[in-house]
Structures are given as structure tokens and as C-alpha cells.
Ligand binder design. Structure first.
Ligand SMILES: NC(=O)c1ccc[n+]([C@@H]2O[C@H](COP(=O)([O-])OP(=O)(O)OC[C@H]3O[C@@H](n4cnc5c(N)ncnc54)[C@H](O)[C@@H]3O)[C@@H](O)[C@H]2O)c1
Length: 252
């Protein structure tokens, strides 16, 4: 099946690292979309990979928690590439780890500001254009921690659960404008961020939790995202798709 995204403009947030944002960008571009990359860090490497494949792409520095920065960058994307029809809300702070009492109010608030309010800022900036064009695809990248909770991840899990409520509400509001909104909740992936996070025997324990007994490949999430952004997924909205190798299944 071809997903046929030729002529579509996709915005992927959080695409600087060798992580999921890069994978979404490459998978969307592989289906023909032109891609805007947005991150608080430079996305040079991701941009280079896209340009080498002959993809029309641009990258933008922006802190998604700052609404004025987001509005300015979205104006620039519109000028450079056109109206955003596909939004992948992937940017996130993943590094706040500690038992509940040890996570300071400031760090908890910081996660809320980026992972929830930053996601709202970016979505708010593209939503009216999608409504006007009567077509849109929004994908929120949540997490296994958002659907199941995570010990030592109270603030992260809280923010990742919040985007599910945002998504389902927008799915209801967007349906009459032919806009779909879905959540993809990955399990543990082979990403740079996970490599930096792993301590002791954590990796082994994580692998054992998944029915498939392995980490996910980044493109396995990217391909799911590309499908949800295609015309083929036109009747799927308000769903949470767990791409986690069966980590949420009961096992013993
Ligand atoms: N890697 C995994 O195993 C895994 C599992 C479940 C969910 N996820 C989710 O997938 C997404 C990508 O994770 P990743 O593993 O690729 O990690 P990552 O750290 O490589 O990606 C997150 C990106 O968000 C950017 N970012 C952070 N704060 C920002 C801000 N204020 N403004 C703009 N950009 C900002 C970072 O610079 C980074 O490039 C995240 O939403 C994460 O919660 C990842």
C-alpha cells in the first residue's frame, strides 16, 4: 500500500536527534511529503538526511513552550513550504526521572510546560489552517508511560497521559472539518534518548516486559505515523495506537 503524501506539508517537532522525530520525518518524506523540522536544538543531521534523498525540507529553531516563538516560526513555515496539513507532535522532555517526592515542583512544571502546553501551542498554530482547508492529520506521540504509568516517571507519565485527552477532544472537534487526530504510544525504542537513560540491568528488564522480547526499531513507529497521516487512515480518529511489541499485554 502506498500512503501517497505527495504535495502535503508535514511538520515534525523534536526531530534533532537520532530518535523518533527523525524517523517520522524520514517515513513521511518517503511517502512524498515535504517536511518542516522544528526543535529547540539544531536539526542539521536530520535535514541533511532528507536533502540527500532529494526531499523538500527546512529546519527551524524554536522552543515550543513559547507561544510567540511558535507563532513566528509557523508563519515562516507557511512562507517557505505552504500550509501545514500534517502535524506530528513529537517534541518532549524525557529526562525527568526520580521518585515522586524527589521531582521538584519546578521540574514537574517544566515538563508540563513543554510536553503539554508546548504541544498545545504548536497544535493551536496549525489548527485554524487545517479547518480552513478542510483536511488535516494530527498525531500526538505519547508513551507506554502515558497509557500504563511509570515508576520514577510521574511528571513524564502525567504529561503523556494528558495529550490523550487533548487528542480525543480534538478528534471530536476536527471530525466535521475532515481532520483526524490520533495518538501513537511507543514502548521502548532503539533511540539515542533511551541509550542515555538506561542504567544497570534496566534494558534487560524492559526487553523482557515486551511480548516480542526486543526494543522497537524507530521506523516501526515512523511507519505507523505515516499511515495515520495518509488518506488510507481517513476513518481512524481519536485512537491510541500502542506500538510497543506487546509490552502492555498480560504475561508471566
Ligand atoms: N524513545 C523511546 O523509547 C520512547 C518511548 C515512548 C515514547 N517516546 C516519545 O517519543 C518522542 C521522541 O522521543 P525520542 O526518544 O526520540 O527522544 P529525543 O530526546 O531524541 O526527542 C525529543 C526531542 O524534543 C526536543 N525538545 C525538547 N524540548 C523542546 C522544546 N521546548 N521545544 C522544541 N523541542 C524540544 C529535543 O530537543 C529532542 O530533539 C517523545 O515524545 C517521547 O516522549 C519515546
Amino acid at each position: 500500500m502506498k500512503f501517497g503524501l505527495e504535495g502535503k506539508v508535514a511538520l515534525v517537532t523534536g526531530a534533532a536527534n537520532n530518535g523518533l522525530g527523525r524517523a517520522h520525518a524520514l517515513c513521511l518524506a518517503g511517502e512524498g511529503a515535504s517536511v518542516a523540522l522544528l526543535d529547540v536544538q539544531a536539526c542539521d543531521e536530520t535535514l541533511k538526511l532528507l536533502e540527500e534523498k532529494g526531499i523538500k525540507a527546512k529546519s527551524y529553531l524554536c522552543d515550543i513552550s513559547k507561544l510567540d516563538e511558535v507563532a513566528k516560526v509557523l508563519g515562516q513555515i507557511q512562507k517557505d513550504l505552504g500550509s501545514v496539513q500534517i502535524l506530528v507532535n513529537n517534541a518532549s522532555i524525557l529526562s525527568t526521572v526520580g521518585m515522586f517526592n524527589d521531582i521538584s515542583p519546578e521540574r514537574f512544571r517544566g515538563d508540563v510546560e513543554v510536553n503539554i502546553l508546548g504541544t498545545v501551542n504548536v497544535t493551536r498554530s496549525v489548527w485554524p489552517h487545517m479547518m480552513e482547508k478542510k483536511w488535516g492529520r494530527v498525531v500526538f506521540i505519547s508513551s507506554f508511560a502515558g497509557t500504563h504509568g511509570g515508576a520514577g516517571q510521574t511528571s513524564y507519565a502525567t504529561t503523556k497521559a494528558a495529550v490523550i485527552g487533548l487528542c480525543k477532544s480534538l478528534a471530536l472537534e476536527g471530525a466535521r472539518f475532515n481532520i483526524t487526530a490520533n495518538v501513537v504510544a511507543p514502548g521502548v525504542m532503539k533511540s539515542e534518548a533511551v541509550q542515555n537513560f538506561i542504567r544497570g540491568d534496566m534494558l534487560d528488564r524492559m526487553i523482557k516486559k515486551a511480548a516480542m522480547r526486543r526494543l522497537g526499531e524507530l521506523h516501526e513507529v515512523g511507519n505507523t505515523v505515516a499511515f495515520l497521516c495518509s488518506e488510507q487512515a481517513s476513518f481512524i480518529t481519536g485512537q491510541v495506537i500502542e506500538v510497543d511489541g506487546g509490552a502492555g499485554l498480560f504475561t508471566f
